[in-house]
Design a binder for this molecule. Sequence first.
Ligand code: BEZ
Length: 399
Amino acid sequence: MGVLSAIARTLRPAPAVAALTAGALALSACGGSSLDQSGGGESGGPVKIGLLIPLSGVYAPLGQDMRDGFKLYLDQHGGKLGGSEAEVVEADEGEGPQTGVPAAQKLVSQDRTTAVVGVVNSATALGLRDFFTESKQPLLVANAGADAITAGRKSDYVWRTSFANGKVGAALGPAVAKEAKGGVYLIAADYAAGREMVAGFRKAFEAAGGKVAGEKYTPFGKTQDYQPYLSAIRSSGAKAVYAFYAGAEAVSFVKQYKQFGLSDEIDLYGTGFLTEGDVLKAQGQAAVGTKTSLHYSAELDTPRNKEFVAAYQKAFNEPPTVYSVQAYDAAAALDKALAKTKGAGGQKLAEALGEVGPIDSPRGSWTFDTAHDAQQKYYLREVRSSGGTMVNAVVSELS
Ligand code: BEZ
């Protein structure tokens, strides 16, 4: 069975329109609209939000979680954002900019959405930055971590409710430098996110005295057999591995790491995407002991998170993931900003996003920093079996 079909078996079916809470989330197929782009809510009509998520390709499971997170926020808030009824138009980001950029352009130009939320892939986010800036339409990135988006290529119109790749990697560097009993091998998917997750980790790791035993980037979206790379890791003499993979690639990498016998010899670390959500379910026992950094775990022991996990579990019959939370929080930020603009979009909405203040999130309260990135805590997590179910137990706070 192929990797994608293996993970596809764990996916929930896309919610049918009929199954959605009445009035809470009006999912439209992509199509034309007569709504004014400055914001339907401003004229008393519904406010139209584009949800740009991968519905196909390596990252499809992440898109499902984002859809569910966004939907839960709407269900909990009467289907409204900023006081106006919310209408959600979905588009498939696919596996990268070739599909993601035209899909976003259609949401803005044809569907005339007031704001677009989503984007999983860093390369897609980088490809969209100029389009949203030039068309003066707000984009709330709810996953893609491309560093430049909230640094050198910061835009008045682009806000991020997730993370910057380098920061997630950097959070783990000092902990691995302290724990590893020798050199560490770095391995990641070969595209913007993989390169930045490694660069951020490497800088913090080496600054804390860590030694790199080797470094490799595997073709993104094309690699199914990791054995040649696992052989190279073994012959490098590394005592630990730091990896960035997500979605179907994370399932293959972690399962093959175990099958190849490496998990008994070489400790596995990574950014939390390596063991998150449906991916962890598909990895099962093979993931036990993997340690990761992330700004969320469904295991976070706070009243806010427990309440969120219970509501999400009730709605979707499984625990939430970081992807669900990032989209849930994007809805929260939009809700506050649209309340300030009375439903108006464009420049007014982009400016209002800078005034939303703290977001009361299941991950812990966070705020947008001056570069429009989420300023937040990171956690060290370890995969453990809890009564036969794999969980990302929270070990400690990293920053
Ligand atoms: C990214 O491309 O930025 C990304 C994709 C999946 C998980 C984390 C980051």
